[in-house]
Design a protein around this ligand. Sequence first.
Ligand code: APR
Ligand code: ZN
Length: 251
Amino acid sequence: MEEIRRAAEIIAKAKHAVVFTGAGISAESGIPTFRGEDGLWKKYDPEEVASIWGFKRNPRAFWEFSMEMKDKLFAEPNPAHYAIAELERMGIVKAVITQNIDMLHQRAGSRRVLELHGSMEKLDCLDCGETYDWGEFLEDFNKGVIPRCRKCNSWYVKPRVVLFGEQLPQRTLLTAMEESRKCDVFIVVGSSLVVYPAAELPYMAKSSGAKMIMVNAEPTVADNIFDVKIYGKAGEILPRIVEEVKRFRQT
Ligand code: APR
Ligand code: ZN
């Protein structure tokens, strides 16, 4: 496909490429996306299950929603994640900025991952401040037992994922902004680009003169800022782009 060749040619020449991902890159790992016809926000009210005020009102709703996703929360990386890790190993991709909390980029071998919306790795008790590793609750969680503070018995044990109404991790966001400004190629994979401030980053890259590439199942509100747009499944398209990049790099 001509678009794949064009994308590969740009990426092969990149000095400092940055990849920006959303839920769509993990869709082929079995993790549902948020928007689109069978998106999670069609079934659940994000206010109730994914906002900080919803969590404080009723942590059970957040955990039941997460348990619905449990077999998805611990999915495996798919070929799209591996393709991005390969581009980092080739010295082309210098950072992955992700909105996802599934840690699949790291498990696929990406080393520099900026998690704008945090991850499930660590949890904090909002009452006594005790901190936990996700591993301490995983067994219970898989049996449907809601995490409870071991120290003060509170139900308000919250993973360090950014819920609606919460600040993004500032240092991570600043580093992501820096990367978006200094990159010469910005590759968006699997995001509807509607949630801010994350969705600001592609525009920052564009205004800094980066070449813009998008791989997504459907058009997005930001399509007009991209030099190359490839519509389809990330798990199929990204490995083909990497193969083409290798060909360009041999010549
Ligand atoms: N390959 C490529 N793109 C895909 C695939 C796929 N296999 N499947 C779905 N997509 C696309 C969809 O077309 C959609 O445009 O991925 C995009 C996913 O968009 P969202 O579901 O809105 O996910 P995202 O952009 O990551 O949402 C941002 O919103 O709810 C909050 O915090 C949550 O991080 C999330 C943020
Ligand atoms: Zn506690």
